[in-house]
Write a protein that binds this ligand. Structure first.
Ligand SMILES: [Zn+2]
Ligand SMILES: [Zn+2]
Length: 450
């Protein structure tokens, strides 16, 4: 419990990268890590499972450290802090560290920089209440109730445990927003020891991006996702498939305390990357969005788009993915190679398969955009200029995300009716869950819970 940190913990490590069916992961006991300066130690409640974890286990992303702990969608509570950082130094180093929240707020056209410059977390809370749609808070409570009743929390079976789908259908667009004031989602703790951003007891999220240089042209230009010295959770440093994890506090997200970890975890990568993909896809208001592949990130992105008026077209393999797509309001659902009945404004390729790209390019209208969301894609076949690119169709990649993307997303989901379709995975079954992702047996988002 709070204040008592174990010395040892259970963790999954990538022992020998290779095919997931060859058991590249092993569950081990490790010493609980010590937070360094500017870092916090987080007791993990749950950690979402991402295809990128699979790429790390299988060696598609070359290992940077032997025995690394994957997992980069961790929700937990701060249990100890490293030495407080000299925050002004940190701020210099990163364009939006202390001003993280204010940077995000500015994207809404609300200038909050002055009020948040202190890095005072309670000030941040006020901002979020002011910016967000406070009515969404009661909606969140409703969402929590659904999850408690809909999802199995024991006996992970992988296939077939999709009772949440029906729940989701019922809840989508229920519009149960009755208005309320509230915290706006930032947890605030009075228990502070130092000048840092988070205190013991604060609820935080650990995401994929965990470090940038802060001084290169990309960092200074607001595209820190392109920083050559960026660092990633579960790749450059140990991640969240463990009982405890350390995170640089400038890269952690303040999370609400009133939503279960299983609901929040998928947003920490699947949601954030999906949100950035949506931005990169250049979807016009009310436009037609095609989504290729319908896994964890795609099903959240689809909701972000439709909640803002987009028309959704989903091309994916696997009947359970198509069922989920229909439940989430897709007006057309087909196989990967199926041509949508009307030209699309934008498309996002979530499937890690390069051979999907030409289909997506052919499906968009002149001037349309195709964004490739994945960190890893098999080779794109030869493209025909006339058929696939001419008429100013754009093909764009999506590379990681900025913290601003994440802050914007967490504000958006307070306002929009967006929730993850989740399946709980017992901590001991992380390896099996990754195999399910590899073999297309997973639907929605899988979250490992302790
Ligand atoms: Zn940089
Ligand atoms: Zn991820």
């Amino acid at each position: 419990m709070m204040g008592v940190v174990a010395e040892e913990m259970q963790a999954w490590v990538v022992e020998r990268p290779g095919p997931i069916d060859g058991a590249p992961l092993r569950k081990v006991r490790r010493p609980v890590p010590e937070p360094g300066p500017g870092e916090v130690l987080v007791e993990v409640e749950g950690c979402g499972i991402c295809r990128t974890d699979l790429h790390l286990c299988e060696g598609d992303l070359p290992p940077k450290h032997p025995g690394v702990i994957p997992g980069h969608q961790a929700v937990g509570t701060v249990v100890s802090r490293g030495r407080a950082t000299n925050h002004s130094t940190t701020t210099d180093r990163t364009t939006n560290s202390t001003t993280n929240h204010s940077a995000a707020a500015n994207a809404d056209g609300t200038d909050t920089r002055d009020s948040t410059a202190s890095g005072d977390h309670s000030t941040t809370t006020a901002n979020r209440t002011a910016i967000g749609d406070s009515a969404a808070i009661t909606d969140r409570t409703a969402v929590a109730g659904r999850a408690a009743s809909g999802y199995s929390t024991s006996g992970y079976s992988g296939r077939g445990d999709h009772s949440g789908s029906a729940d989701h259908t019922a809840s989508a667009g229920s519009g149960d927003r009755t208005g309320s004031s509230g915290s706006g989602g930032c947890s605030v703790s009075a228990d502070r020891d130092g000048a840092g951003r988070f205190g013991v007891g604060d609820r935080v999220g650990i995401a994929w991006l965990r470090g940038t240089c802060g001084v290169c042209e990309f960092c200074r230009r607001g595209v820190e996702n392109l920083c050559a010295r960026s660092a990633y959770t579960g790749w450059d440093a140990d991640g969240g498939f463990a009982e405890y994890a350390v995170v640089p506090e400038d890269f952690a997200y303040a999370l609400p305390t009133d939503r279960p970890a299983i609901e929040l975890a998928p947003f920490l990568c699947a949601g954030i990357i999906g949100y950035r993909s949506l931005l990169r896809a250049n979807l016009p208001p009310g436009g037609r969005l095609g989504i290729y592949g319908f896994g964890s990130s795609a099903h959240l992105t689809a909701q972000l788009a439709t909640a803002q008026g987009a028309e959704l077209f989903v091309m994916t393999r696997g009947e359970q993915n198509r069922v989920l797509a229909r439940a989430l309001g897709a007006v057309f659902v087909g196989e990967t190679a199926d041509r949508p009945p009307v030209p699309l404004d934008s498309a996002i390729v979530f499937a890690p398969a390069g051979d999907v790209v030409p289909y997506a390019l052919e499906a968009v209208r002149p001037g349309g955009t195709v964004a490739v969301a994945g960190i890893h894609l098999s080779d794109v076949p030869a493209l025909n200029y006339e058929r696939h690119l001419f008429h100013e169709r754009d093909l764009r990649s999506v590379t990681s995300n900025t913290r601003r993307d994440g802050e914007e997303l967490f504000r958006l989901i307070e306002r929009l009716d967006v929730s993850a379709h989740t399946t709980a995975v017992p901590f001991g079954a992380v390896d099996r869950a990754l195999a399910d992702v590899a073999h297309g047996r997973a639907s929605g988002s899988l979250v490992a819970l302790r």
